[in-house]
Structures are given as structure tokens and as C-alpha cells.
Ligand binder design. Structure first.
Ligand code: NAD
Ligand code: MG
Length: 389
């Protein structure tokens, strides 16, 4: 018999870094959670394995050419199988207490929106959703009574110390940034860096796309936009400070001069566990924070010249409308080209900047508009990428 405190969970992007950490947290708290749907794009073996291990009721593979393989791997079980984007959206629409939104990129927007529209509690890792459709998404959260819990470590930190009953007394949000693997280098020292150097993050073990975003600091730029949508503050109240140890995950300053922060080891299982257990807490076997062992915490201003993506993202936020969508789409194309060694590291920001200059800036009125702007920006960025190479 299942007890009534068991929460049901679906994971979108179950084979990714956040998805796997989510399963790890669940595996250590088997009496608290039951897995409903698991989705992945192409890693069919990992998906099938997780579906069996966690006795999921549904496994969905995005890549339709892998459907036969998924059927084969799950033959003889009672796990339902499906494939394609519609099936991922359907998985998000199925009843579950919590949806972990951990797909990477704008590809996660439709499934996340489906979860929002049924009023679910969404643990949101997929920051690109908010970057592309923050206003629309937050309006639907309101309309459908959904609950959005930020999983991104900075936003999770802010969420834990933000007094929503006294939002007007918040004077500043300070997002901390590790600075990534190239912290301290000048712009001229970045032209020849390789994908393997870029994905080797000093503190966090993450998927390839967000690792490159951390290396360019686009990640922090996307997070500034994410913070703007998640918390009731003005754009100018959001700041970034580089903090190489990644111990303080972000800070909230109040009018009276008090600054509240959340600290912890750099382990995504902490914010993931927080979102799964909210409003309670569960035990997670992460490394305990020993400040004496760490010794020194340091802080520096970001270098907006070397890490131009951070400046571009802030500008896009200030412009609003289509700009963040174009920024994100061009960045997704650029990062993909960089990982395939078809574009240099510094060309990532160049491609994003040029795409912003060339695309139509008309603000989206609907989700359909968001996807139109996204598709157009991808076309422009693809063409530019070919010309850069
Ligand atoms: P990842 O690349 O490791 O995993 C991505 C997941 O999304 C995989 O399960 C993949 O199958 C699925 N996916 C990819 N493309 C898809 C598509 N077109 N349709 C459906 N599914 C698709 O990524 P990650 O590092 O786990 O990051 C996931 C999200 O969480 C990103 O938005 C990232 O910015 C955010 N995030 C990650 C971390 C981290 O520590 N990894 C921290 C904070 C925020
Ligand atoms: Mg983060």
C-alpha cells in the first residue's frame, strides 16, 4: 500500500545531468516518491534502464527512430512506451504531483507549458523556457494555479531566502557566478580554446550545453533573465558577482541592509531535493559544507569584455520582447556549432550579437509567436554560422 505522503513525479529529460541527479535523490527516498513518466531525446538504453529501475508507468523517447529499440528494451514489462514530441507533451500532461522540467533548451518549452496548464508543481531546471517565454509562462502559472520551484542553484538559493510577503523591501538580488573554466583570462586568450576545455567545469558536473554556457558566461546572462521572471524585482536590481568557490549560491539584499544567502556544496542534488520535498525537506547524502576546510571565499566583478555573452544577455533583457528569444536561439545554434568544432569560442558571442542585429524585434503576443521568432532566429544564426566557418 502506498502511503498518502508519497508524491508522484514525472521527469522530462530523465537521462540528462539534472534528470539523473533527480533519480538519484528519489532512489535515496524510495518511500517518499513514485515515478510516473520519464522522457529522453536519444539515450534510449539509459531511459529504459531508469524506467525499469524506478517502475515508471510511461517511458517516452523524443527521437522517433529509437521507438522500436525502446519497445524492444521494455518488452515484457508493463511500462507503456511512446515516442515523438507530442508524446513528451502528453507525458507532461499526465497527472503527477511534480514535474521535473530538465530538458535542455527551448525544446522544453511546450512540455513545460503543458505541465503548467494542468496546475502541476513544476521543478524548473530548464531556464531557457523562462528566457524565451517568461511573461507568457508566468501568466499561465498564475492562471492555472501552478507552482514553479526553481531548481537552478542560484534561483533556488534566492527562493529559499526571498521574503515574498515583503517583496517591496528587497533592494537587490545578487547572482553568484563561478566564472567557469576560463575565469581570469583576457579576451585575446580565449580565441583558441577547445570544446573539451570549455566543458571541463571546475565546480559543477553538467550537460555539454550549459557547460559551454558557463564557459562563455551566457549561462549567467540567461540566469539574470530567469531571475527577472521568477522574482518580483526590477531588471536593474539584479546583479552578478563572480565567486569562484561556488559556495554561496546567491544573495538577497533588503532595504535595511540585511543580506540573506543560501550556502552549500556545489551539488545539484541540494536544489533538486529542495524542490522535490518542498515545502518540507528530505535527507540528501551530499558533502557537508566545511567553511574552515574551504578557508577563503572570494568575489570579483565579471569581465564583460572577455565574457561578452553576459553583456549581450543583459542588453536583451533590457530590450525585452523578441530579444531574449533571439539571444537564446542564436546561442543554442552557436554552442552546437562550437561543440562540433565548426565555430570558434569567441564566435559564439559574435554570432549571437549579429543574429540580434539581423532579426525582427517585434514582441511576441502568443506562444505561437515565440516559436516563430525562435525558428527565424535559428535560420539566421545557422546561415551566419556557415558564413563564419
Ligand atoms: P543534459 O544535456 O545533460 O540533458 C538534457 C536532457 O534533455 C536529456 O535527458 C535529453 O534527452 C533531453 N533532451 C535534449 N534535447 C531534447 C529535445 N529536443 N526534446 C526532448 N528532450 C530533449 O542537460 P542538463 O545539464 O541536465 O540541463 C538540463 C536543463 O537544466 C538545462 O536547461 C540547463 O540549463 C538546466 N540546468 C542544469 C544544471 C546542471 O547542473 N546540469 C544546473 C542548472 C540548470
Ligand atoms: Mg545556475
Amino acid at each position: 500500500m502506498m502511503n498518502s505522503t508519497v508524491k508522484t513525479v514525472s521527469i522530462l529529460g530523465a537521462t540528462g545531468s539534472v534528470g539523473q541527479s533527480t533519480l538519484d535523490v528519489i532512489s535515496r527516498n524510495p518511500n517518499s516518491f513514485k515515478v510516473i513518466a520519464l522522457t529522453a531525446y536519444s539515450r534510449v538504453e539509459e531511459l529504459a534502464l531508469a524506467a525499469k529501475q524506478f517502475r515508471a508507468s510511461l517511458a517516452v523517447i523524443g527521437d522517433e527512430s529509437k521507438f522500436g529499440k525502446l519497445q524492444e528494451l521494455l518488452a515484457g514489462t508493463d511500462i507503456e512506451v511512446a515516442s515523438g514530441e507530442k508524446a513528451i507533451i502528453e507525458a507532461a500532461s499526465r497527472p503527477s504531483d511534480i514535474v521535473m522540467a530538465a530538458i535542455v533548451g527551448a525544446a522544453g518549452l511546450r512540455p513545460t507549458m503543458a505541465a503548467v496548464r494542468r496546475g502541476a508543481t513544476i521543478a524548473l531546471a530548464n531556464k531557457e523556457c523562462l528566457v524565451c517565454a517568461g511573461e507568457l509562462l508566468m501568466a499561465e502559472v498564475e492562471e492555472h494555479g501552478a507552482t514553479l520551484l526553481p531548481v537552478d542553484s542560484e534561483h533556488n538559493a534566492i527562493y529559499q531566502v526571498f521574503d515574498f510577503n515583503a517583496a517591496e523591501s528587497v533592494s537587490r538580488l545578487v547572482l553568484t557566478a563561478s566564472g567557469g573554466p576560463f575565469l581570469g583570462r583576457r579576451r585575446s586568450e580565449l580565441s583558441a580554446v577547445t570544446p573539451s576545455q570549455a566543458v571541463a567545469h571546475p565546480n559543477w558536473d553538467m550537460g555539454a550545453k550549459i557547460s559551454v554556457d558557463s564557459a562563455t558566461m551566457m549561462n549567467k546572462g540567461l540566469e539574470v533573465i530567469e531571475a527577472y521572471h521568477l522574482f518580483p524585482v526590477e531588471k536593474r536590481q539584479i546583479e552578478v558577482v563572480v565567486h569562484p568557490q561556488s559556495v554561496i549560491h546567491s544573495l538577497v539584499e533588503y532595504h535595511d541592509g540585511s543580506v540573506l544567502a543560501q550556502l552549500g556544496s556545489p551539488d545539484m542534488r541540494i536544489p533538486i531535493a529542495y524542490s522535490l520535498a518542498w515545502p518540507g525537506r528530505i535527507e540528501v547524502p551530499v558533502k557537508r559544507l566545511s567553511l574552515a576546510e574551504i578557508g577563503t571565499l572570494s568575489f570579483i566583478e565579471p569581465d564583460y569584455d572577455a565574457f561578452r555573452c553576459l553583456a549581450l544577455a543583459r542588453d536583451a533583457m533590457m530590450l525585452g520582447g523578441a530579444a531574449p528569444i533571439i539571444l537564446n536561439a542564436a546561442n543554442e545554434i552557436a554552442v552546437d556549432a562550437f561543440l562540433k568544432e565548426r565555430l570558434g569560442f569567441l564566435e559564439i558571442s559574435a554570432l549571437v550579437e549579429e543574429s540580434l542585429a539581423r532579426c525582427d524585434m517585434k514582441a511576441p503576443q502568443s506562444l505561437t509567436n515565440v516559436f516563430e521568432i525562435d525558428a527565424e532566429a535559428r535560420r539566421v544564426a545557422q546561415a551566419l554560422s556557415a558564413s563564419f566557418a
